[in-house]
Design a protein around this ligand. Structure first.
Ligand code: FDA
Length: 540
C-alpha cells in the first residue's frame, strides 16, 4: 500500500479548530480525509467513497444509529462523529487508518455497537466536541466454518448470532462459547473476553481464538505470525480500540452434545428464595462443568417481593441433570417437568428469549428496541466468599425499591478455575464463586429520571462493597463502567494503583498490556477513555 505523503496536506490541529465554527471545521476535516483517501486510492480502495457518511448525507443518521442499544448515547445532544465509514475491503481499512493517523484524527472502531458506555460511537465526556470518526465494520461479517478442522474465520462485524447460526448450518455437533444476546458484535466481544452459558465447561470466547487479522497503527495488516505472541496475547481480552483494528478472528469450535437441557425456575422470597440463593453461592461453582445455573434477580412492585430466576444450560440429557440437581441442589426443588431437552442451537434461541419453535435464522437479525427508548447503566463485581443471608436481604430492599433494576449472578468454577490468570489478559479465574452484573434500565427521558436511576445503581454498588473482591475491586471490561477508576476530580486516571480501572479489569496483566501497547502504538493512536495507555501516558 502506498504511504500517504505527510507533507502534501496541511492539517488542522485541534487548537486551530477554535478559529472555525464547528460546522466549518468538520467540513474542513472531512475534506482533508477525502483528499488523503484519494491520494491513497488504489483500485481496491476506490469504492470507499460510497462508504463514507457525513451529516449532509441522508443515510448518516440511520447508519450511525442502527446498532445503538443504549438511548443514553442516542439523543440530540450526544456528540456525533463528523463521519461514519463502513469499509468493505481490508485495504480500505488500511487507508482509513493511515489517513486518520496522518491527519491526527481520532478513530472510534465499532463492530456490534454494544459498548456499555457508547465508546465505539461517541465522546462520553460532557461538552467534548472534539472531532472523531467512526470506523464501522458492519461489512466485515463473513463467517467461514470448517467443520472438518473444527474452526471458523469470523469477521469482526459479524454478530455472535451469525456465528452460532453459521456453525449450526454446517454441523449439529459443533458450537462456540460466547454471549447470550445474539446481536453482540464479535469485534468488541472477543476483544474483552466474551462469555455465555458454556463458561464453566469451555471458558471464554477469547480462550478459543487461534489466529486473527489486524490493522496496526502504521496501517500494516498482521496475522498471528507477523504480529508475534505478545500482541496476539493482548488482543484476546485486553479491551477494544487499543492495539489496532481486528478485522477477523480464527476460532477453535467446541463439541456440543446432540441433546442439551435448559430450565428456568422462579422462586420468590415467599418461596424461600433467600435461602436458595444463599446455598447456590457455594453449590453452583462446584457443580459439574457441564452445568451452568445463573440467577437473575428482579423486584416485583405490587407484591413487594423479589423473584430469583434460576436460568440454566446443561450440556447433556434431562434425566442426568435431574439426578445431579436432586443430589447436589435439592433446595431448588427442580422436577422433571421443569427441564426441557433440545439441540444446542435451540438452547441458544431459548436462553436468548425467543419463543419456542423459532427458526435459528432469527439469530441473523439484530435487536431493535421497537422504537422505544431504552436507557441503561451496567456495572460488575466478583464474589469470592458467600454473601451472608442478611447481606442478601439488603440487596432485596434495593430491588423492591426500583423494579427496573436487576442483578445477574453467573457462577464460575469449572474450567475457569483451571486456566491461568495470565493465559490471556482476562484475569478473573480461580477463586471466584461468581460474577455479578448490575443493570438499571429506564424509558423516561430527562435529567430527573437519569439521576434517580443512576443514583440507584451507584448506591447498590456501594452497598456491595464489603461483600465483593477487594484490592483491586475486580470488574469485567466488557461491562465497561466509566465510574470506576476516577480520581478525586472525577477524571479517569491511567495510574497503576489498585484504584485504577486498568488493574480492576486486568489485575497484574495490566502491566504486560502497557508493555505491549508501548511497543506497538507508542503514540496512542488507538485510544478511548479506558484503553490501555502507553507507558509515557500513565499519570499516577
Ligand atoms: P462495540 O462495537 O460497541 O465495541 C466495544 C468496544 O470494542 C469499543 O471500545 C470498540 O471501539 C471496540 N471494538 C469494536 N470492534 C473492534 C475491532 N474490530 N477491533 C478493535 N476494537 C474493536 N458480554 C458477555 O461477555 N456476555 C454476554 O452475554 C453479554 N451480553 C450482552 C447483552 C447486551 C444487550 C449488551 C449491550 C452487552 C452484552 N455483553 C455481554 C457485553 C459485550 O460483550 C460488550 O459490550 C462488547 O464489547 C460488545 O461488542 P460490540 O462489538 O457489540 O461493541
Amino acid at each position: 500500500m502506498k504511504k500517504p505523503n505527510t507533507l502534501c496536506f496541511l492539517f488542522v490541529s485541534f487548537v486551530c479548530l477554535s478559529s472555525y465554527s464547528n460546522h466549518q471545521a468538520l467540513a474542513y476535516i472531512d475534506e482533508g480525509l477525502k483528499q488523503c483517501l484519494i491520494r491513497n486510492s488504489q483500485n481496491q480502495t476506490a469504492s470507499i467513497f460510497n462508504d463514507i457518511y457525513t451529516p449532509d448525507n441522508s443515510s448518516f443518521v440511520s447508519v450511525l444509529q442502527y446498532p445503538i442499544k443504549n438511548t443514553r448515547f442516542n439523543s440530540s445532544d450526544t456528540p456525533k462523529p463528523f463521519s461514519v465509514i463502513t469499509p468493505k475491503e481490508e485495504a480500505e481499512v488500511q487507508a482509513v487508518i493511515l489517513c486518520a493517523a496522518e491527519l491526527n484524527l481520532r478513530v472510534r472502531i465499532r463492530s456490534g455497537g454494544h459498548d456499555y458506555e457508547g465508546l465505539s460511537y461517541t465522546n462520553p465526556k460532557k461538552g467534548d466536541h472534539s472531532p472523531f470518526l467512526v470506523l464501522d465494520l458492519i461489512n466485515f461479517n463473513n463467517v467461514a466454518v470448517d467443520s472438518v478442522e473444527k474452526t471458523a474465520w469470523v469477521g469482526s462485524g459479524a454478530t455472535v448470532g451469525e456465528l452460532y447460526y453459521r456453525i449450526s448450518e454446517k454441523s449439529k455437533s459443533l458450537g462456540f462459547p460466547a454471549g447470550v444476546c445474539h446481536s453482540i458484535g464479535v469485534g468488541g466481544h472477543f476483544s474483552g473476553g466474551g462469555y455465555g452459558m458454556m463458561l464453566r465447561k469451555h471458558g471464554l470466547s477469547a480462550d478459543h481464538v487461534v489466529d486473527a487479522r489486524l490493522v496496526d497503527a502504521k496501517g500494516n495488516i498482521l496475522d498471528r505470525k507477523s504480529m508475534g505472541e505478545d500482541l496476539f496475547w493482548a488482543i484476546r481480552g485486553g479491551g477494544g480500540n487499543t492495539f489496532g483494528v481486528v478485522l477477523s478472528w480464527k476460532v477453535q469450535l467446541i463439541d456440543v452434545p446432540e441433546t442439551v437441557t435448559t430450565f428456568n425456575i422462579v422462586r420468590t422470597l415467599e418461596q424461600n428464595a433467600t435461602n436458595i440463593v444463599h446455598k447456590w453461592q457455594s453449590i453452583a461453582p462446584n457443580l459439574p462443568q457441564e452445568l451452568f445455573i445463573r440467577i437473575i434477580a428482579i423486584g416485583q412492585k405490587p407484591q413487594n417481593t423479589v423473584q430469583a430466576i434460576f436460568n440454566s444450560l446443561y450440556l447433556g440429557p434431562a434425566d442426568t441433570l435431574l439426578k445431579i440437581l436432586q443430589q447436589s441442589f435439592p433446595e431448588l426443588g427442580a422436577t422433571r417437568q421443569d427441564l426441557r431437552e433440545m439441540s444446542w442451537i435451540e438452547s441458544v434461541l431459548n436462553i436468548d428469549g425467543f419463543p419456542n419453535g423459532t427458526h435459528p435464522k432469527a439469530l441473523l437479525g439484530t435487536i431493535v428496541n421497537n422504537g422505544k427508548p431504552y436507557y441503561f447503566k451496567g456495572k460488575s463485581d466478583y464474589v469470592k466468599t458467600p454473601i451472608p443471608v442478611e447481606g442478601l436481604e439488603g440487596v432485596w430492599d434495593f430491588l423492591k425499591e426500583n423494579n427496573s433494576g436487576l442483578i445477574i449472578m453467573s457462577p464460575y468454577g469449572g474450567i475457569m478455575e483451571e486456566i491461568s490468570e495470565s493465559a490471556i489478559p482476562f484475569p478473573h479465574r480461580a477463586g471466584n464463586l461468581y460474577k455479578i452484573q448490575y443493570v438499571m434500565s429506564w424509558s423516561e427521558a430527562g435529567k430527573k429520571a437519569y439521576e434517580s436511576h443512576m443514583s440507584w445503581i451507584r448506591r447498590l454498588f456501594h452497598y456491595y462493597t464489603p461483600f465483593v473482591s477487594k484490592s483491586p475491586r475486580e470488574a469485567y471490561v466488557n461491562y465497561r463502567d466509566l465510574d470506576i477508576g476516577r480520581n478525586s476530580m472525577g477524571n479517569l486516571t491511567y495510574g497503576a494503583q489498585s484504584k485504577n480501572w486498568g488493574v480492576k479489569y486486568f489485575k497484574s496483566n495490566f502491566e504486560r498490556l502497557v508493555r505491549v501497547k508501548t511497543q506497538v502504538d507508542p503514540q496512542n493512536f488507538f485510544r478511548n477513555e479506558q484503553s490501555i495507555p502507553p507507558r509515557s501516558h500513565i499519570v499516577n
